[in-house]
Design a protein. Sequence first.
Length: 478
Amino acid sequence: DGDVYKYYVDGQWNKSSSGKSVPIINPTTRKTHYKVQACTQEEVNNVIDSAKKAQKLWAKTPLWKRAELLHKAAAILKENKAPIAECLVKEIAKPAKDAVTEVVRSGDLVSYCAEEGVRILGEGKFLVSDSFPGNDRTKYCLTSKIPLGVVLAIPPFNYPVNLAISKIAPALIAGNSIVLKPPTQGAVAALHMVHCFHLAGFPKGLIGCVTGKGSEIGDFLTMHPGVNCISFTGGDTGISISRKAGMIPLQMELGGKDACIVLEDADLDLAVANIVKGGFSYSGQRCTAVKVVLVMEQIASSLVKKVNEKVAKLTVGAPEDNCDITPVVTESSANFIEGLVKDAKEKKATFCQEYKREGNLIWPLLLDNVRPDMRIAWEEPFGPVLPVIRIKTVEEGIHHCNASNFGLQGCVFTSDINKAIMISDAMETGTVQINSAPARGPDHFPFQGLKDSGIGSQGITNSINIMTKVKTTVINLP
Ligand code: G3P
């Protein structure tokens, strides 16, 4: 039936033979808004087979031609920012303006990737043998980067377009093909994005997109022998994927508990603005959101007061109205957040606002005097709830940050650059931001998590490199 969005295989939009669909619930209305195909394992096989065949020819397509097609896709994507953003509003309740920004940012990412790809893949290395002991200059070694094959891209709900693109564009420029499994919430936005690549004229089969339940096709995809690389962003499913996947490169980003350390000498207004933006943008549903504030005792009360003044100004409501705080993605997500709030209440955290929830909509909440025995001190709510822990020493803050199983990003606010660098070195996270909230972008910056936050580095250049391997030819002279 026409109401169910088709999946994409071999350059065509098809219905699944399963006859089943997966509903996408609008987080705001909590009613089914779209439906996508529930693909079968056989259909997954077909998508991977088709991607495998297409990749062989694509790898031989000149780099400049691959770049040209990517630039074309970027332009089409930007032209279609409005309908794609509309899907993001309905599927994941992303505020309308931010939804448009996500699509535009994605178009820019594709273009940058094309440019970066032609540069870094256009270069190889030349080595000579006589630098290693015992060798004469009789061997010339030539290296270049070759594609891996089929890259499986699994983006999360919070950036269904941008975090799909950040996997697709590097894979394609490097000569790989793509099998995309979008998140259920955000699948329709992703299908529209795939259609932009279709319109750009990429070869049949090079990009495939299967939709369906993770429980039915998730393991089948990630353990599939036809997959040569997995690029995943999401929750701790990534840990089980890494245990089950074969001997293939994995690029994974699995969330964080990004700490914000505020020292006595910090520019307090700057810290406050970043805490509110970092903690509450997209209702805290970002891996790089500020997820715990660690503030020196002497300035804690004035910091909390200023944060509360700003929290009071946050607008709460529908994504269509561009509200700052919008409904969280699912009811189960809202229930999980509520569980953390209840735990903090029982353990006597200070509630700076009253806890309020209507459906999936949770009002922004700052919890002061949080202690390490509370779940919110360690777990990521992925919602608009931000804990503040008052610390007596910088070491205490660093200790809390490093005791986390996560290690994505962190930030420190101080006017002493020497201290900032020492703290950055001491924090066991992939990135530390000095005097700004954590953020993945600009998208060419390296982005990586330590510990349970992931493996492999992202960012345009690193992604291109991870999606290639080195091929060497040695010329042996007489
Ligand atoms: O949550 C996904 C992560 O990649 C965040 O990206 O741009 O919000 O820092 P960003």
